[in-house]
Design a protein around this ligand. Structure first.
Ligand code: PMP
Length: 390
């Protein structure tokens, strides 16, 4: 057991105590077999069941259609966006026999890094929009009509964006712009920091990727939901054909068709880490699914944004209201010299993990699924009193 923590760290993040308690038991003695879940073979029957169950729970929670496949890979979001660039350039080549261009919508540091990685791997890369170029900072999502017309299904192998920019606190709307869907360019999204925080229409996406360590589990695993058609196209191309076309060849452990063919256990999948994800999913299902979680997340975000918005002369909220993240609330103090005092006083009330990312400074309160409503109310009271007293 442990005392209640009000931890707002951006990731790795807090997990539900009941999940940790069950995981701790299972780490020592899984299903009374006398061995822990981290000690059994990833090809054993119980491990296979963890993989099957986790996939089934995810399909149920996220309403994943049969056109899509779920799989898991070692690694995190970075493994995710690197592997996307290499696998998906192959998919386009497999489908058209032509070298396509990867399209990136850049709205913060994570989509920026993903585009840079695509370029670094030697995939022809085009930045379709960049919100920083427009306003000087990552504080918004450019209007669809300014960029959607540039997308071309014949030329672009995929269009990539980061659904929730963890550092800058910018989040795309759950309903994707219709022009983006109508472009017919395969839609690919990084959901590392808002996966399962709200309902989305999975069939609009050709690929969803999410690192586990914020909303669904521990660091070490990344989850993928891929359209089967895309997977088939990757499998059509040989490494030699890719080399001849000057396209990158995916390392075998991150080559999607190989991983899927082996039910996510081509190499050693960390089964304990996956089991923790499954415990999180089961708890979500028991508590009323994603609808319930979404309602709670909306309430948490509203409470905190309302508290900060009451003091416009004191708190600066840089993100355009329409695109404010419900997961990462980013703010700064307008008065100089108070930052350390803010963090110290918060910490004395057991409100921790509030320091902003080193690249933007200020503060960031991450309100992932496991952060309790009661913790957010305490934080809202604190920001109110701090503004009044200073
Ligand atoms: N994408 C997003 C949206 C993230 O927030 C992060 C990590 N904070 C990453 C990718 C990179 O994840 P990792 O550190 O697991 O590689």
């Amino acid at each position: 057991d442990r005392p209640q923590s009000n931890y707002f760290g951006a990731g790795p993040a807090q997990l539900p105590l009941s999940v940790l308690q069950q995981a701790a038991k299972d780490l020592i003695n899984f299903q009374d077999e006398g061995l822990g879940i981290g000690e059994i073979s990833h090809r054993s029957k119980p491990a296979g069941k963890v993989i099957t169950d986790t996939k089934a729970h995810l399909k149920e929670l996220f309403a994943i259609p049969d056109t899509h496949e779920v799989f898991f890979l070692q690694g995190g979001g970075t493994t995710g966006f690197s592997s996307i660039a290499s696998n998906l350039s192959a998919a386009h080549f497999g489908k058209t026999g032509e070298v396509g261009t990867a399209a990136y919508l850049v709205t913060g540091s994570w989509s920026e890094k993903s585009a840079q990685e695509s370029e670094r791997l030697g995939v022809p890369t085009e930045i379709i929009c960049n919100s920083k170029k427009e306003s000087g900072k990552y504080d918004s999502i450019p209007e669809t009509k300014t960029w959607a017309g540039k997308l071309d299904a014949k030329k672009h192998s995929y269009v990539y964006f980061c659904e929730n920019e963890t550092v800058h606190g910018v989040e795309w709307p759950a309903q994707l712009p219709q022009e983006l869907i109508d472009s017919k360019v395969p839609i690919v999204a990084d959901l590392s920091s808002d996966i399962l925080s709200r309902k989305i229409n999975v069939s609009d996406y050709s690929l969803i990727m999410a690192g586990a360590q914020k909303n669904i589990g521990l660091a070490g695993l990344t989850l993928y939901i891929i359209k089967k058609e895309l997977l088939d196209n990757i499998a059509k191309v040989s490494p030699k054909q890719l080399r001849d076309a000057s396209l990158p060849v995916s390392p075998i452990a991150t080559e999607y068709p190989t991983v899927v063919k082996n039910d996510s256990a081509y190499n050693t999948i960390p089964i304990f880490t996956l089991h923790v994800i499954d415990l999180v999913l089961k708890r979500l299902l028991e508590r009323g699914g994603i609808e319930h979680q979404q309602e709670e997340n909306e309430e948490k975000a509203k409470i905190l944004y309302d508290a900060l918005d009451k003091f416009p002369d004191f708190y600066n909220l840089p993100v355009n209201k329409k695109f404010r993240s419900k997961m990462n609330v980013v703010f700064t103090l307008k008065k100089e010299g108070l930052d350390a005092k803010f963090l110290e006083e918060a910490s004395s009330l057991n409100l921790t993990g509030l320091k902003g990312h080193r690249s933007v400074g200020g503060f960031r309160a991450s309100l992932y699924n496991a952060v309790e409503l009661s913790s957010v109310k305490l934080l809202a009271d604190f920001v109110t009193k701090f503004a009044e007293n200073n």
